[in-house]
Design a protein around this ligand. Structure first.
Ligand code: 4AD
Ligand code: MG
Length: 478
């Protein structure tokens, strides 16, 4: 078989009058002559021109939307409009047929809802190939960012015995026969005969293990799947999502905010430099989609303008207490427009409040710090006021919370007291407390929701459209 050249390579460095072989999937076939071929290496299709007068009719009939083909021919400057180069084919081979009557993807615009139902094929559309190329780019940029700074990538376990967030939203892991689960005399489940000899679950966060790494390697990060059995049927929640969790020894909350802001800007810059074609396509897609919306629901900026804006502005940093004051005095609060009115200090912030602060009040990314201890996790460092903890949430336009993090409680006695107050079983967490017993030091870290960042960068609006095979209540297809 002739050596294959990717379509992207032809566009960037293909030589006119040279012979090439390309392979890909037919998007359309016009006039028995023009194939639009896509191989996923870039958004653009390559026009393959078929010499139909000298091609077998039976072969021509098999060039259908969705079919995989190999085409060999000469690269020439295109005469037609809409493309710069084309391949004048001397040889076409059908690699895999696709029955046009049955192939679900027609060469027309499909709704995102429909494409979600055929997620096994949606990689083949312009929108999803662009999203997943960008998703790859963002993952690569994150690794590059941390690698260049000397962070060590630590693999935290996926099966664990602990609940890192203390929120109890865990999927259980067992190999018990579910029809006959062994019970103890008091009726509770006897996990001693289970696979691990104890109750286990899928991890909700790699943070606690990342802390162990940071207190030896100084600067670490995790990048892995996390799982939450929260029954949230929203466009921002998944039951299985990917999280990046850096953890830094000798760092405080300000260092943590600086790192988060620098990382987000680095990644956005990287995508703007490396995924221009895909961003342009998604920007146009979004503009078209928004034309159907009333004026006041449209985004004030086009996609790349929004990314640019994010790069060029410092994130607004303020305390929870300051935010509550702004929210209490806000128009929607006074006019009863919030679904959850802000009546007092201590209220948990909902997505509507976060988005008001970011989109209406400050009109840029916001970092909120020093939340009431009651609404945050046990491991966050207690501030001197004894009422708030050194937490930080990074809030983004259109998304709300994209990062959650904190300076960690490094004082053993305070941590033990907090765990008791919050009913966190300390017997099972001695390994975690050991870091506070032996060479404890101040440290901080955060978790970035990978899919939420992809939502922001691609301008997509539903988190189910930025992960290949989304898991959410009632759905674990594919
Ligand atoms: O705020 P969270 O729950 O924080 C933690 O898990 C900490 N252990 C992180 C740390 O300090 N190392 O989650 C972190 C981020 C959120 O800001 C959000 O972006 C994302 O994870 N996230 C989700 N993304 C999609 N679907 C869900 N159900 C998510 N829950 C959280
Ligand atoms: Mg959070």
């Amino acid at each position: 078989m002739a050596k294959r050249t990717k379509i992207k390579a032809l566009y960037t460095s293909g030589k006119i009058n040279e012979t090439y072989t390309v392979m890909g999937w037919v998007r359309t076939f016009r006039n028995n002559q023009f194939i639009a071929l896509n191989d996923g290496s870039c958004l653009k299709t390559l026009q393959v021109v078929v010499d139909f007068e000298n091609t077998d009719d039976a072969l021509l009939k098999r060039i259908t939307t969705g079919a995989a083909i190999s085409a060999t021919g000469t690269l020439i400057e295109s005469q037609g409009r809409g493309q710069t180069i084309e391949l004048s084919a001397t040889d076409i081979e059908i690699l895999g047929d696709s029955d046009p009557e049955k192939y679900p993807l027609q060469p027309k615009r499909h709704s995102l809802e429909f494409l979600r139902e055929i997620a096994h094929l949606r990689f083949r559309t312009n929108t999803f190939s662009a999203v997943f190329r960008i998703r790859h780019s963002v993952a690569f940029a994150i690794h590059k960012f941390f690698n260049d700074k000397g962070f060590v990538y630590v693999h935290s376990p996926i099966i664990t015995g602990s609940d890192a967030e203390g929120a109890g939203e865990m999927f259980k892991v067992t190999n018990f026969d579910l029809d006959s689960i062994p019970k103890k005399e008091d009726g509770t489940i006897d996990y001693s005969n289970d696979f691990f000899g104890k109750a286990t679950n899928l991890t909700v966060s790699g943070q606690l293990e990342a802390e162990l790494g940071a207190l030896a390697l100084s600067e670490v990060y995790t990048f892995g799947p996390t799982f939450r059995a929260e029954n949230s049927n929203t466009s921002r929640h998944l039951a299985e999502f990917w999280m990046i969790e850096p953890e830094v020894a000798f760092a405080d909350l300000v260092d943590n905010m600086d790192l988060a802001e620098e990382m987000l800007k680095y990644v956005i810059q990287y995508v703007m430099e490396n995924n221009e074609e895909d961003l342009e396509f998604l920007e146009t897609r979004l503009l078209n989609e928004e034309k159907q919306k009333p004026q006041n629901e449209r985004s004030p900026m086009a996609l790349r303008e929004k990314l640019e804006f994010c790069l060029n502005n410092d994130f607004e940093r303020l305390t929870y207490t300051e935010a509550i004051r702004i929210l209490q005095n806000s128009k929607p609060n006074k006019k009863g427009k919030f679904q959850f009115p802000i009546d007092q200090w201590g209220a948990d912030l909902q997505s509507e409040h976060e988005r008001f602060l970011v989109e209406k009040h400050f009109k840029k990314p916001v970092i909120l710090i020093d939340y009431p201890k009651e609404i945050k996790s046990f491991y966050m460092r207690l501030n001197e006021d004894e009422k708030t903890v050194a937490a930080m949430d990074v809030l983004f336009p259109g998304i709300g919370e994209i990062i959650g993090g904190s300076q960690r409680e490094e004082r053993l006695d305070v941590l033990e007291r907090r765990m008791e107050e919050m009913d966190i079983p300390s017997e099972e967490m001695q390994w975690f407390l050991d870091t506070r017993r032996f060479g404890t030091c101040k440290h901080a870290g955060y978790g970035l929701g990978f899919e939420r960042l992809i939502l922001f960068v691609t301008g997509m609006t539903n988190i189910r459209d930025v992960i290949p095979f989304p898991r959410y209540p009632g759905n674990a297809e594919f």
